[in-house]
Design a protein around this ligand. Structure first.
Ligand code: HEC
Length: 140
């Protein structure tokens, strides 16, 4: 239920952004890849790779809800700007202190960490989470 609501709001954001940029709302891109089962990304095994993680920020639809300096596609405003996230004392309104382990915990299942959060469980694999956190941890 939370997931559905969040995805609807993501589509709304996309329409809004398209309109604000002067594009035709009717031509807005389909809902971001948040819910799409999507072909598994060709990610290497092993520890997280920050460059792969940066790509996943785009391909997993984080961009719909977050801004991230250095990722031009990231224009979302539903969630906090992720620029500098690794340098903050805590995330999700103080729900977790910032560490690699806690960022992983958050990405695995945000509603399990903070009930009622607008960030849905995106169904990320542990490997995807490893890459994403390898990138997030560079955002100081
Ligand atoms: C549907 C919108 C949405 C999507 C998609 C989304 N997020 Fe979020 N995210 C949020 C919201 C809202 C919060 C704030 C959580 C809270 O405090 O309840 C958040 C919080 C976070 C935080 C903690 C930041 C902080 O300062 O509190 C991180 C890290 C994060 N998201 C990473 C990601 C990544 C990586 C992806 C893609 C895999 C992603 N998010 C996709 C909405 C989203």
């Amino acid at each position: 239920m939370i997931k559905k609501l969040a995805i609807l709001s993501v589509s709304g954001i996309f329409l809004g952004i398209t309109a604000a940029c002067g594009g035709a709302p009717a031509a807005a891109p389909a809902a971001p890849t948040v819910a799409a089962p999507a072909a598994p990304a060709a990610v290497p095994a092993g520890p997280g790779d920050a460059q792969t993680g940066k790509g996943l920020i785009v391909s997993k639809g984080c961009t719909a809800c977050h801004k991230v300096a250095g990722v031009p596609e990231a224009v979302g405003e539903v969630g906090p700007d992720l620029t500098g996230v690794a340098g903050r004392p805590s995330i999700a309104g103080g729900a977790l202190t910032v560490s690699e382990a806690n960022l992983k915990k958050w990405l695995k299942d945000p509603p399990a960490v903070k009930a009622g959060t607008l960030m849905p469980n995106l169904g990320l694999t542990d490997q995807e989470i490893g890459h994403l956190v390898a990138f997030l941890i560079t955002l100081k």
